[in-house]
Design a protein around this ligand. Structure first.
Ligand code: BGC
Ligand code: NOJ
Length: 827
């Protein structure tokens, strides 16, 4: 069942009922000011850091779900409603929500009054602009009371949700005409305030929540709205809010437009107040309000936003035989990649904004998805990440976006982390041809006095693996590898211990983790990422170092084949007791997804047919109609030697859930192995546009990936196997976005930036006649036509560039050339 439709021409998803199976959200903002907005206008705003600079309040895991947001209320002669349906939930005569690129439009109609609200955060602007267009579509005059509503957060979202003894006495506001200012702590230690304005005279306001809503009422029936009139309350402690009240009369056919602005302002210490030393200096706020004070200025801002997104999205656009692929590649997958760039894993409807900082591995992988759109910012991001590395190649697992410093509470020793840096730096060079990044001086642990070049960072990354091998010559698993929930050194039996950071006394002497437990996943990631390091060295003429590194890769491949090939697939790990994990010999968890794709893509044991055998086993044991499960059979009991993975009931998260992130690795591997049909099958099982038809089962947004989909074992624990099979969770902020972008664009469509130019080597469904693509790359435009007359899955029979036949798959770069017309014939 669907709850809307894609409007590709406008790059929008149009939601046609407010009762979506879960709140379906969008993000506004691309620089400092961000908002989350659901299809019923729920959500909140923050400036740069969702924990430390939260502007409006939001209550997670609320009952009912998604209560709280920026709301407009209408009291039309006793009929009370919101244009976004919630929170009053009066049945509307018409409802529509259009989530677009950086904006959301919500329209509601009731008793001939149509209200359309467009929300967006303009470029270079620290505020959410909301344009409300009210139209009387009836034949009689309409007279109604109109209210806005936003609830202020007292800045630090974590403190705001627990330090009530203090917070109930600190809230402060100011009202100046139609502008309500939030200035809690501005007098003392803060130099920022927020405001909520409207570009018209008002008939009243409320700034105290309990006066507006009533202590025993809710967002769904605020007393002031019921009374049809604001109380002009002035907050002094408790919970400050901002609500404008306006009496409006519209003649038949008449329209009224109002522009509201929810803004954030920072002031230099010396200019914080007016001459009286008390009243806040509103100069900046007034300039912000002025900037979008008319519908014309609003339109101008929207136009700029559209140009910004059109430019970003035009770097790659494809026309394939499947419009679902086109809308993923051209619009939504790229859009989601940019959202993960902006938000990392901080704030979504599943991430509360007070939890995690930026992840070392997460942010490096995100780069793979957006580097083509914003290479300069990708470079800056890569340098920030590498700056949290230690001189031995290990690294902080997370860092804080405001300080950019490594997070000591979480520490390091995640075995996979360093390798992702090799991949992100390589992706940056492959995209831009800018080798100078390797010469950039980058600190260790943010200490510039021990800075070395980025190339040195890659070297220590590579050798951090080589220098930390276990008994089988495979990389030590440490606290965890990519799978945060395989914790082979933890042996935790006490509630509350973090599986990732707890050090079991039994390993304290050994540096905190077992020197026996090994990760085959990291071994395969090493053989997959390592060759990039080797190529970089060769390019720099460092042949000896390249040969030395290559020898390590070859040795690792040998070790994998000797100790980690289980006959039909690759093992997952050796645990701290030296026992195999992910083997046929295991009772449960016999096969895991994570090592397989990387091993296949680095040709480990290819001469023995490991690639096709492994792919066959994956298809048989892991594939389902909703995607590939992470492991099989699911764990049904707690294995203290494995850690968090076995705490999840089977079918969820890392325990046999469909973890869409690593599905992409198999899509890539199948495409790499020439199995275009398989690759596309796995791609379409999880790509959001393909799940649209089953939105009732999938539940989360059909335009973006979620981290996890319930696997085939979901519900088995309660005797209802398959209960939540196919149900998505944790949408938006996941490495799935970047990796599936890579999978479809670079592996299936085969348009892959390489060190020496753009490589084009598709691996597509055999029934496709071909496809076309436009790719902007290193300052030139590539018009690509792929023909598939013989209906093969893979194979480039010939390539022509500007009419000339060219050998191989890489389009040679000609200096100064601005346009490449590339025709590929498969066969
Ligand atoms: C989740 C993982 C996540 C980790 C972060 C675990 O509970 O299952 O997906 O990466 O927490 O620490
Ligand atoms: C989500 C985390 O953000 C990511 O770092 C990790 O690799 C996966 N979960 C798998 O555990």
């Amino acid at each position: 069942m669907k709850f809307g439709y894609f409007d590709d021409a406008n790059k929008e998803y149009v939601i046609t009922t407010p009762r979506t199976p879960y709140p379906w959200i969008n993000y506004l903002g691309t620089q400092g000011f961000f908002s989350l907005i659901s299809n019923t206008a729920g959500g909140y705003s923050f400036y740069k850091d969702a924990r430390l600079r939260r502007i409006t309040r939001y209550r997670y895991n609320n009952v009912p779900i998604d209560m709280g947001g920026r709301y407009f209320y209408i009291n039309d002669n006793g009929t009370i409603w919101n244009p976004g349906w919630s929170p009053v939930k009066t049945e509307l005569d018409e409802y529509e929500c259009r989530h677009g690129m950086g904006y959301t439009k919500i329209t509601g109609k009731k008793n001939d009054l149509k209200v359309n609200v467009t929300f967006f955060v303009p470029q270079d602007y620290d505020g959410e602009v909301q344009q409300v267009v009210l139209t009387n579509e009836g034949s009689a005059d309409k007279e109604f009371a109109f209210f806005s509503f936003a609830e202020w957060c007292l800045w630090d979202a974590q403190d705001d949700s627990n330090n009530f003894q203090r917070n109930f006495s600190t809230g402060r506001v100011e009202v100046d005409g139609s502008v309500i200012y939030h200035k809690t702590e501005y007098r003392d230690r803060r130099n920022h305030y927020a405001f909520y304005s409207v570009n018209d005279a008002i008939d009243g306001y409320d700034t105290d929540r309990d006066s507006f809503i009533g202590l025993y009422n809710g967002f769904n029936n605020p007393e002031a709205v019921i009374a049809g009139k604001a109380t002009n309350s002035f907050a002094d402690g408790w919970s400050p809010i901002a609500s404008h009240y306006k009496k409006i009369t519209l003649k038949p056919g008449e329209t009224k437009t109002l522009v509201f602005i929810l803004g954030y302002v920072e002031m230099p210490q010396a200019e914080k107040f007016e001459a009286d030393g008390k009243t806040i200096n509103k100069v900046k706020a007034k300039a912000m309000i002025e900037k979008y004070s008319t519908p014309e200025k609003f339109e101008e801002g929207m136009k700029e936003l559209k140009l910004y997104w059109n430019k970003l999205l035009s770097i790659l656009s494809v026309t394939t035989p499947d419009d679902k692929v086109d809308r993923m590649v051209n619009i939504w997958n790229q859009y989601q990649c940019m959202v993960t760039f902006n938000l990392s894993r901080s704030a979504s409807y599943f991430e509360s904004g007070i939890g995690r900082g930026m992840g070392f591995r997460d942010s490096n992988q995100d780069v793979l998805g957006f580097v083509h759109q914003i290479p300069d910012r990708a470079k800056e991001r890569i340098i920030d990440i590498a700056s949290t590395q230690f001189p031995d190649g290990g690294c902080y697992h997370q860092y804080q976006p405001l300080t950019k410093k490594g997070n000591a509470d979480i520490g390091g020793d995640f075995s996979d982390d360093p390798l992702w840096l090799i991949l992100s730096v390589s992706a940056y060079i492959k995209e831009t041809g800018d080798w100078s990044i390797l010469e950039t001086k980058v600190p260790y642990d943010n200490d510039m006095s021990v800075a070395q070049t980025m190339l040195d960072h890659l070297t220590v990354s590579f050798y951090h693996i080589v220098n930390n091998l276990g008994p089988h010559g495979l990389p030590l698993a440490m606290r965890a590898d990519w799978n945060d929930c395989i914790n082979l050194s933890c042996f935790s039996d006490t509630p509350g211990e973090s599986f990732q950071t707890y050090t079991n006394p039994k390993f304290a002497q050994e540096g905190g983790y077992s020197k026996v437990a090994e990760s085959v996943m990291v071994a395969a990631l090493f053989t997959y990422s390592g060759p990039n390091y080797v190529e970089i060295l060769k390019h720099l003429g460092k042949d000896e170092e390249a040969a030395k590194a290559q020898a390590e890769i070859d040795k690792m491949k040998k070790n994998i084949m000797e100790s980690a090939w289980d006959g039909d697939w690759f093992l997952r790990a050796y645990d701290a007791n030296g026992e195999k994990m992910g083997s046929k010999e295991c009772e449960e968890g016999q096969i895991f997804i994570e090592p397989q794709g990387f091993a296949i893509m680095s040709d480990v044991g290819k001469d023995q047919g490991t690639d096709l055998k492994t792919l066959a086993a994956i298809d048989e044991r892991l594939n389902t109609k909703y995607g590939l499960v992470l492991n099989n059979p699911a764990y049904t009991k707690y294995y203290i030697q494995y850690g968090e993975i076995s705490t999840y009931p089977g079918g969820y998260k890392e325990n046999a859930g469909i973890f869409t992130h690593n599905n992409a690795w198999i899509i890539c591997a199948a495409a790499y192995a020439g199995q275009g049909d398989q690759a596309f099958k796995y791609y379409s099982e999880i790509a959001p546009a393909f799940t649209e038809e089953t939105s009732d089962i999938h539940k989360t947004e059909p335009y973006v990936y979620g981290q996890m989909i319930g696997g085939k074992d979901a519900g088995a624990d309660i005797g209802q196997t398959g209960k939540n099979f196919g149900q998505g969770k944790n949408s938006w902020l996941t490495g799935t976005a970047a990796w599936n972008m890579v999978a479809i664009s670079q592996y299936i469509l085969g348009i892959q930036p390489d060190f020496d130019g753009l490589s084009i080597n598709p691996s597509i469904p055999h029934e496709w006649d071909g496809f076309t693509a436009i790719r902007r790359y290193r300052g030139a435009t590539y018009n690509i036509t792929v023909k598939n007359p013989n209906h093969v899955c893979k194979g480039v029979a010939s390539m022509e560039v500007n009419g000339q036949a060219v050998d191989g798959c890489i389009v040679p770069i000609t200096d100064g050339q601005k346009e490449y017309n590339v025709v590929i014939t498969m066969g």
